[in-house]
Design a protein around this ligand. Sequence first.
Ligand SMILES: Nc1nc2c(ncn2[C@@H]2O[C@H](COP(=O)(O)OP(=O)(O)OP(=O)(O)O)[C@@H](O)[C@H]2O)c(=O)[nH]1
Ligand SMILES: [Mg+2]
Length: 349
Amino acid sequence: MKKCKGCGAILQSKDPNAPGYTPKENSDYCQRCFRLIHYDDLMISMRKGIDPDVVIDRISQSDALILWVVDLFDFEAGIIPGLNRHLIGKDIIMVCTKRDILPDTLSEEKIARFVFSRLKENGISIKSLILTSKLERMGVEEVKQAVQLYRKNREVIVMGKANSGKSTLLNNLLGENTLTMSRYPGTTLDFNELEIDGVPYVDTPGIEISHSILMEVKEDELKEILPARTLKPQVYQLRYDQSFAIGGLVRLDLMKCDHASCVFYMSDSLKIHRGKVSGADALWKKHYGTLFQPVPVTNQFKKYTIRKEMDKMDIVIDGLGWACVHGQMSTITVYVPENVNVTFRKAML
Ligand SMILES: Nc1nc2c(ncn2[C@@H]2O[C@H](COP(=O)(O)OP(=O)(O)OP(=O)(O)O)[C@@H](O)[C@H]2O)c(=O)[nH]1
Ligand SMILES: [Mg+2]
């Protein structure tokens, strides 16, 4: 059975609505990959990614070195708690992608310190950490060297959450764009083998990101949410109570602020509106879905309220980025779409 070179789905010419369909004989790519590559047109959405148990089970059964890919911008969503327990005895090299999205002012040492502290908190141990970017193929040589050092004749499996940049990393290692890459989570559909410098690698379907804002918006709105270039921090000085609407996706209320600031690290295509907390309910009702957009497809929100205890902390929303709050304030309330994860962490920057 022949597989699509782009996404790994088994090629078939029976069902145009199923993965792997191609009307052509002897084609190397399915129609979905062809249209994604040439027209950025997503024919079949598989954005939820694959059940983590299915991917991890299959990986745990193979004798392989693991390249675990985590998107630095969406780091909290990329963490798989207890990873070593799922992959007993496996050597894991962690590759943190999208370095170019984080500001240059954040040094590599600082990123590494941040990553190791989050790994420690999640009980994950790795052999090596490498930072990469698709720009100028940053980190490619380091990945190859680490693979050489730890592979011991085994194959190399590239795994991680949907949209973390696994296929992009492999194309960069290969030096050409053979695998299909796209901003739509769930691009790679099946295990997909390829050889790079004589080493067998396997691209894998992304593990599901069921608690991400990326699951909550329409496909054509992903462009607004995913940052295309280096984050430009959006800084707000705060006094009294302040409420922020991030599009119609998130509302953030900061109470009793004094000598405080809130800095947003998010795509600059997203519009942030600021107002007083006292008027925020009315404004939200009035502008939700019009001025405040995009909005989540479910229209259901949940609310977290916490006391601000750390001096400088990040409020991280899976898939969307984070807000860093600093200075005096009493409580923080976040309204997010019902299924979306929020993490309160010590500031990354
Ligand atoms: N800015 C930036 N974007 C990146 C980088 N690596 C990947 N991307 C983008 O991230 C998106 C997802 O990349 P893919 O390589 O398709 O991700 P994947 O992990 O293979 O995704 P699935 O197959 O859906 O699991 C694409 O829009 C890429 O262009 C990077 O280093 N920097
Ligand atoms: Mg992929």
